[in-house]
Design a protein around this ligand. Structure first.
Ligand code: HDD
Length: 698
């Protein structure tokens, strides 16, 4: 809506400004509904008709404009990463990197730059669920004083393929199948496994994608990675290789597979809602940015290629140096204008940062700019508020569809000799501060004949897949093996699972055997390796379970109450949960009113059937004897407890609620507690050791 009292029109060469003033300007204030032309609307309920029961008239411009605009509300969704959620925030520098980069945002400790961060799934459409097994995008736009820098990464530090030329094939294979348009948001289908089993370079990433990393509990508990090796360049022009890592303050947390599946029906928007609510309630999600810095000599000493995006550098070998914090403190004002229209591009870099020859990165530098033209429809997409730099921007690019800027003056070319004093001649390049590509003295490998080849060490497809496998706990390994079984069990091409297992045998013999046993098929021979795998040292930093933070901060505790619940105990439990930094969410059979033991009636936060226990990190059951008896014939209550137990969560309960636990088949263990301090400690954990008693894993 246009505020007509301040609306300005610009006219003529001189660009004088005319304000709409006078008595008529004030007639419609902020509250008046208008058309897009600013014409006040008298009736927004009825179209214009000829007679009471007659036809609608073509002259009804109010109706036509409204429907015309509605018809064009959607833009093409992203070909990948279509489903996403985003937030505003800032990046604050905690350690200066001025020795290795001239990038302005890395100079002065305490400096903050605004950011917009979008998290996403990869395979599903914009309306798909939040919790499929999938890689998560982690894209950060830094609005620095020297222009926008986009670090467009994922929550897994490696990628499926080594060369961008394979990206369309990978994405075609993983998305819903071409003829039938299913499955939505799932890699568990024939074409995906057909493709990846033919591409041994995907093996390392598949190990991660089948691990618990691909079923995060919250966007707030994911790591992020820049993946490629980038370059820093300092003020002397010296280059240092760099890999970027985001580490969540709350630690990395994931779900159990059965929980992720059930979350899909419990709440399609589980991650989106969680991010939104955390920010809205002032619990701002936070990550630490860390860098791994190294030189050419170190790179040459590694048995793998740092230009190969299917490889990591273990942090035990090259520590991650903390440099700053990312805080998300503001939800978007409008999902479409910001989250949908934000256009990231790995080619957006600032002076002091540069690319390497990673062939996957090089292909990305073209793809993102290109896709924005098709999504946002015009080369002027950079003018959208969410994409525009927050520093001054001047050049001689002009016109194009949807030009929002009204450039002044005659100079739209350069060089020109128009009057500089009046700034009529426009901006000029600046050799001293402008972006300069790093001038590397290229070696034999980096120049020469035109070749469609890959560098030699790229042929090692299994060493790091094995390293990852060896770094996991037994429970995490069982999850990986079971995920392979689950996914391959959905593949109807009989010849594909054996071929995949033949690759897995090169990672670890037992892994291959376990997947074959889980599927109930014969064990194939291992695939021949292009390069024999190396025995690399495990990296404990890669395990979630080994590094999980035992904290209640940022978690959500589901508290089951009903008529008769002890008021004092409820007070005590909710106060303790809140004091520990978690949210207490009251679940009751009737949401409107629960009559506590004190006679006080309170409202619950959620109704039992609509608030399954998958939504919570730990459960507390505060039922008295009478309520427990009622719940024994309430499927939702039994399922609530059974799932909480099955998803390896702590359950604190009153003595009177014990029969409900028994009915749910729960055998007490360390995670089943009273409602005392022990519960708070248990609620900060998952009880992995419970799992083998509950389900057979591969
Ligand atoms: Fe990509 C979107 C991450 C390889 C082509 N990619 C996209 C997004 C993320 C990534 C997080 C969503 C950004 C947002 O929230 O809007 N992509 C990656 C990572 C890769 C990667 C970490 C490998 C290390 N991507 C990659 C390749 C190509 C693309 C090799 C093509 C050659 N990616 C695109 C794209 C998208 C995209 C088609 C879709 C929407 C968009 O760019 O803006 O251009």
């Amino acid at each position: 809506m246009t505020d007509r009292t301040t609306y300005e029109t610009r006219r003529g060469e001189g660009g004088e400004t005319h304000q709409v003033t006078g008595a008529s300007a004030g007639k419609q204030g902020h509250g008046t509904l208008t058309s897009n032309q600013g014409i006040p609307v008298s009736d927004n309920q009825n179209s214009l008709k000829s007679g009471r029961r007659g036809p609608t008239l073509l002259e009804d411009f109010v109706l036509r404009e409204k429907i015309f605009h509605f018809d064009h509300e959607r833009i093409p969704e992203r070909i990948v990463h279509a489903r996403g959620s985003a937030a505003h925030g800032y990046f604050e520098l905690t350690h200066s990197l001025s020795d290795v980069t001239s990038a302005d945002l890395f100079q002065r400790v305490g400096d903050k730059v605004p950011v917009f961060v979008r998290f996403s799934t990869v395979a599903g459409g914009a309306g798909s669920v939040d919790t499929p097994r999938d890689v998560r995008g982690f894209a950060v736009k830094f609005y620095t004083r020297e222009g926008n820098w986009d670090l467009v990464g994922n929550n897994i530090p490696v990628f499926f393929i080594q060369d961008a030329i394979k990206f369309p094939d990978l994405i075609h294979a993983v998305k819903m199948e071409a003829d039938r348009a299913f499955p939505q948001a799932a890699s568990a289908h024939g074409t995906f496994w057909d493709f990846v089993s033919l591409m041994p370079e995907t093996t390392h990433m598949l190990m991660w994608a089948m691990s618990d990393r691909a079923i995060p509990r919250s966007l707030r508990t994911m790591q992020g990675f820049g993946i490629h090796t980038f370059r820093f360049v300092n003020s002397e022009g010296k280059s240092t290789f760099v890999k970027f890592h985001w580490t969540p303050k709350l630690g990395v947390q994931s779900t159990v597979w059965d929980e992720a599946l059930k979350l899909q029906s419990a709440d399609n928007d589980f991650h989106r809602r969680d991010l939104w609510e955390a920010i809205a309630s002032g619990n701002f999600p936070e990550w630490e940015l860390g860098v791994q810095l190294f030189d050419e000599e170190f790179a040459a000493s590694l048995p793998y290629d740092v230009l190969d995006a299917t490889k990591i550098i273990p942090e035990e070998l090259l520590p991650v140096k903390p440099v700053g914090r990312l805080v998300l403190d503001r939800n978007p004002d409008n999902f479409f204008a910001e989250t949908e229209q934000v256009a990231y591009c790995p080619a957006n870099i600032v002076p002091g940062i540069d690319f390497t020859n990673d062939p996957l990165l090089q292909g990305r530098l073209f793809s993102y700019l290109d896709t924005q033209k098709s999504r946002l429809g015009t080369a002027n997409f950079h003018q959208l508020p969410i994409n525009a730099p927050k520093c001054p921007m001047h050049n001689f690019q002009r016109d194009g569809m949807m030009q929002m800027v009204v450039p002044k003056g005659r100079a739209n070319y350069e060089p020109n000799s128009l009057d500089q004093a009046n700034e009529e001649s426009g901006p000029r390049e600046c050799p001293a501060t402008g972006f300069r590509s790093f001038e590397r003295q290229t070696g034999k490998e980096e120049q020469g004949d035109k070749l469609r080849v890959r560098a030699e060490l790229f042929a090692d497809h299994y060493s790091q897949a094995r390293l990852f496998w060896k770094s996991l706990t037994a429970s995490e390994q069982a999850h990986v093996a079971s995920a392979f079984v689950f996914e391959l069990s959905k593949v109807e091409f009989q010849h594909v699972p054996p071929r995949m297992i033949a690759n897995l045998l090169n990672v670890d013999k037992r892994l291959g055997e376990r997947v074959a046993e889980g599927l109930g098929i014969d064990l194939p021979d291992a695939n021949p390796c292009a390069r024999e795998p190396l025995e690399l040292e495990p990296s404990p930093a890669l395990s979630i379970q080994k590094n999980m933070l035992e904290t209640l901060e940022g978690r959500k505790i589901g508290i089951l109450i009903a008529d008769g619940t002890d008021a004092a105990m409820l007070d005590q439990v909710t106060a303790a949960v809140r004091a520990a930094g978690a949210t207490a969410f009251l679940v009751a059979p009737k949401v409107g009113s629960v009559k506590l033991s004190s006679g006080e009636a309170i409202a619950a936060d959620g109704q039992l059937a609509g608030s399954p226990s998958v939504l919570f990190d730990a459960l507390a059951i505060l039922l008295d004897e009478k309520a427990t008896k009622k719940m024994l014939s309430e499927a939702a209550a039994i399922q609530w407890v059974m799932d909480g137990f099955g998803h390896l969560k702590a359950i604190g309960h009153t003595q009177a609620s014990l029969p409900l636990l028994q009915k749910a088949g729960i055998e007490p263990d360390e995670g089943i507690t009273g409602l005392d301090a022990h519960f708070l400690k248990a609620a900060a954990k998952r009880f992995w050791e419970r799992e083998p008693k509950l389900r057979s894993l591969a």
